[in-house]
Design a protein around this ligand. Structure first.
Ligand SMILES: Cc1cc2nc3c(=O)[nH]c(=O)nc-3n(C[C@H](O)[C@H](O)[C@H](O)COP(=O)(O)OP(=O)(O)OC[C@H]3O[C@@H](n4cnc5c(N)ncnc54)[C@H](O)[C@@H]3O)c2cc1C
Ligand SMILES: Cc1cc2nc3c(=O)[nH]c(=O)nc-3n(C[C@H](O)[C@H](O)[C@H](O)COP(=O)(O)O)c2cc1C
Length: 768
């Protein structure tokens, strides 16, 4: 085959050499506009895994690369006058120039034709080629020529960065955070050869503009950066190798995804590879790795399907299908890491203490968890666990195993929770006349004995017409209140848990069948009239609710107050106001369901007016030493609906009104929602609200292991973790999860004590 690679970066060169090595009869040319052995760029980093793949595919170049590598394990963070270091992070760094020189020499040795100083105008320059590789980087001319085919989707990120070097050498991957009068700047620094380190500096657009960096020539920018980072540079200058860039050398990162990766131009097959097909932010340093992995996969596909022209279409399709999955995974992790650096100034740097700040930074991609950190650096993690436990008010015994973050106590007003795990409210649709009966006693009693510090009963309705279904719990009469007292007495007498009530009104989602008889389906018999912010039915077959007037508002507010009083008298410890999931108060907050033109619709303040009225009235009668949390749908997952930014505004309003905790859920407001599910998928909302508003939060949603809860609590992404479905599967979820991570200090109910050590021993035996 005749193959032309346009662009001699890591992608083009590595693919050329692998193909030539596998099939020397191919005619392969790499066209590069730079001079031989001349390139831009400082160091790049690889993971150990990429290096292992390179050893398998071409031991010769891998050996040279490994020789030239700088390997390091430590990460050091400079922050607010502290210098913290952890180990076990395993990276290798190499000069980009060095890497390309090794690949160029290897290509020459194998007989690849390298054509330098030639600026190709695109694939049509090579009509005799069977295959053209568009390895021409992020600004790919080839991709741009076929935009209608490749459908590039570019997201320009808000932060600014400048890529510099220095001769100051660092023995760890170093992050330095500095605050100027206009905001935070961070440097990502790593040594990549005997005398040079990469020094990437990043800041927000606001700080960049406020310092006038947009108007500075490169040298002035460099002088500015030297000043900001003078302490870590210890007098060494910063250097640029992009003198060719005019004006400001500060760039915005652009995330690139392409709808398709290959095309037939009438003569040749054209395929994107490396940065021309996708980009991943330098926060996880994987652009070169992705380019190399692309080259390996395309070669592997030729090896499998045959090195001939007829197999090209199938090869290109398989290559795209396989690489797309891995690229999406890396882009996801890179996105989390990138976003962390984008918001570090506004969210974490001024709020978290240095110890928690570094933990948050290390787990920024959400791919590294608490237990993963333990594998990397057990001593550091134990130290952090002790610090966290002491901060939570525990007496720390240095000779005993540290208490994991999820098992530390948490105090709100006069209520101390014995750990950070909450049984999330879950409707059971099993009540008659809203009464707690034997089912609820057994169901909630079992969960209260299962270790969680706070057990919420299901959404409890403030009036008969506030119910979702005829099976919902209520607190509108004294008989119901007596059931709550019985439950509270059981929980307090027999367990260390606290009992929570979630007060709510179903609004437009009311008068429906029991979940297992048709979720959200309107009742056919014995229905009741519905009210909501606006007269919009939930489903097209649902009842049209009445848009509430002032008299309705007064009644609903007073019903909440009366229910709160009953709960307090029954001895309930914690009250949550349900302002999520499209129910009545949520229907005011979301612009999708609130079309009002009076003072209860329109702006955030107007939409929050009635929910805040209810909140304030409830707060006034709820005992001052007991907490109230507010559950919000932090994302409607639908265009035109609330976003996490809107939820943050509401959280601030509830905080001002006296809310103690925001319970960060999402969705169920709009039937056509498009949620993106996944592990811990709602935790980012909690992280944002907790650290931007400065209010304790509950994270909820797909938190299903001790490792998840520990990671969230330790990083300060939430103060409490609510666990729902896993508690249906296992009432003693926390006791069992704690045993699984080898912690024995949690108390089991005294009646069950004899089972504890057997359970722990069985786990230990299975692990062996
Ligand atoms: C600040 C910063 C830090 C980074 N840090 C890392 C890191 O630590 N680790 C990492 O793995 N990656 C890092 N990267 C990303 C990395 O540089 C790229 O992802 C990687 O080089 C992609 O390889 P490539 O071969 O696809 O493209 P490139 O390396 O961009 O190569 C494309 C080549 O094509 C040539 N070319 C373009 N157009 C033409 C034309 N018309 N004719 C002829 N030649 C042409 C160019 O001169 C260039 O040599 C970083 C990027 C940035 C911006
Ligand atoms: C059966 C069931 C009933 C639920 N009922 C309620 C409820 O009454 N109030 C509420 O706010 N959330 C309710 N939810 C949502 C949960 O509290 C929780 O937010 C959600 O299930 C995500 O957590 P998980 O991934 O741990 O299950 C319910 C969830 C389930 C599975």
């Amino acid at each position: 085959m005749r193959i032309v690679c346009i662009g001699g970066g890591p992608a083009g060169l590595y693919f050329a050499l692998l193909m030539k090595k596998n099939h020397p009869e191919h005619s392969i040319t790499v066209v590069e506009r730079n001079k031989p052995y001349d390139t831009f760029g400082w160091g790049v980093v690889f993971s150990d895994a990429t290096m292992a793949a390179m050893v398998r595919w071409d031991a010769e170049s891998a050996a040279e690369i490994q020789d030239a590598f700088n390997h390091w394990d430590d990460i050091e963070v400079l922050f607010k006058g502290t210098r913290q270091r952890t180990t076990g992070h395993g990276f290798v760094g190499i000069g980009r120039k060095k890497l390309l020189n090794i690949l160029q020499r290897r290509c020459e040795a194998l007989g690849v034709e390298l054509v330098f100083e030639t600026d190709s105008s695109g694939d049509l320059d090579y009509p005799d080629a069977d295959l053209v590789i568009a390895s021409d980087g992020f600004n790919s001319k080839v991709r741009n020529a076929y935009q209608h085919v490749f459908k590039p989707d570019l997201a320009v990120r808000p932060n600014r960065y400048i890529w510099l070097g220095t001769n100051k050498l660092f023995d760890a991957f170093t992050f330095d955070f500095r605050k100027t009068e206009h905001g935070w700047f961070q440097a990502h620094i790593y040594k990549f050869d005997e005398n040079t380190s990469t020094f990437i500096i990043e800041t927000t657009e606001e700080a960049y503009l406020a310092h006038g960096l947009d108007k500075m020539e490169q040298q002035a920018s460099i002088d500015f950066c030297q000043d900001v980072f003078c302490e870590v540079l210890e007098g060494q200058p910063l250097m640029t190798n992009a003198r060719h860039l005019r004006g400001s050398a500060w760039l915005n990162f652009s995330r690139l995804i392409c709808g398709k990766w290959s095309h037939f131009n009438g003569n040749s097959h054209v395929v994107l590879m490396g940065d021309s097909a996708h980009t991943a932010h330098f926060a996880i340093g994987s652009g070169t790795k992705l380019a190399i992995d692309d080259a390996i996969e395309l070669t592997r596909q030729f090896n499998q399907h045959g090195h001939n022209e007829s197999s090209i279409p199938g090869v290109l399709q398989e290559y795209e299908d396989i690489r797309r999955v891995d690229v999406a995974r890396i882009q996801n992790a890179a996105r989390n890491a990138m976003e962390w650096f984008e918001v570090v100034g506004q969210r974490y740097a001024d709020r978290l203490e240095p110890e928690q700040f570094i933990y948050s930074m290390l787990t920024r991609s959400q791919r590294i968890s608490h237990e993963n950190l333990r594998l990397r650096d057990p001593k550091w993690l134990e130290g952090y666990e002790r610090w966290f436990a002491a901060k939570s008010g525990l007496n720390v015994d240095p000779d005993k195993r540290a208490i994991p973050p999820m098992l530390t106590p948490f105090t709100v007003r006069g209520v101390t929770l014995q750990n950070r795990v909450v049984v999330s409210p879950m409707a059971m649709y099993s009540a008659r006349d809203g009464l707690i009966d034997d089912f609820h006693m057994v169901h909630l009693g079992a969960r209260a004995m299962g270790g969680a510090a706070l057990v919420f009963a299901e959404m409890t309705c403030v009036s008969p017409d506030a119910r979702i279904t005829p099976g919902c719990l209520g607190l509108w009469n004294e008989e119901q209140a007596a059931g709550w007292k019985r439950l509270a007495d059981f929980v307090h007498t027999n367990t260390g848990a606290k009992l929570g009530v979630q007060l709510g009104h179903a609004g437009r989602k009311g008068a429906t069948k029991l979940a297992w008889e048709g979720i959200d389906q309107p009742l056919e018999h014995d229905s009741w009239p519905l009210i909501s912010a606006s007269a919009l039915p939930y489903l097209k077959e649902s009842q049209v609710p009445k848009a509430m007037d002032r008299a309705d508002m007064d009644r609903v507010r007073d019903d909440h107050v009366a229910a709160a009083r009953r709960a307090a008298e029954a001895g309930v410890d914690w009250l949550e106001l349900h302002c999520a999931h499209g129910y009545l108060l949520s229907s005011f907050l979301s612009p999708l369901t609130n079309h009002r033109t009076d003072e209860y619709g329109g702006s955030h303040a107007n939409r929050a007016r009635f929910p805040l009225e209810v909140f304030e009235a409830v707060r006034a009668v709820w005992p001052a030493d007991k907490p109230i949390s507010v559950r919000l749908s932090c994302n409607d997952w639908f265009d035109g609906g609330n976003t996490p930014a809107d939820a943050t505004i509401y959280a601030e309003m509830f905080k001002q009104a006296g809310a103690d905790v925001i319970d960060c859920s999402s969705g169920q407001v709009w039937k056509e929602e498009k949620p993106v599910y996944g592990r811990l998928f709602q935790t980012p909302f909690s992280d944002k609200i907790r650290n931007e508003v400065g209010i304790p939060t509950i994270a909820v949603g797909a938190i299903s292991e001790a490792d998840h809860a520990n990671s969230i609590i330790a990083a300060g992404r939430a103060d409490l973790c609510a666990v729902a479905r896993p508690h249906l599967a296992d009432p003693s979820w926390l006791l069992h999860e704690t045993a699984k991570i080898g912690i024995k200090s949690i108390a089991w109910p005294k009646q069950y004590y004899s089972a504890k050590s057997q359970y722990e021993n069985n786990l230990a035996r299975a692990a062996q």
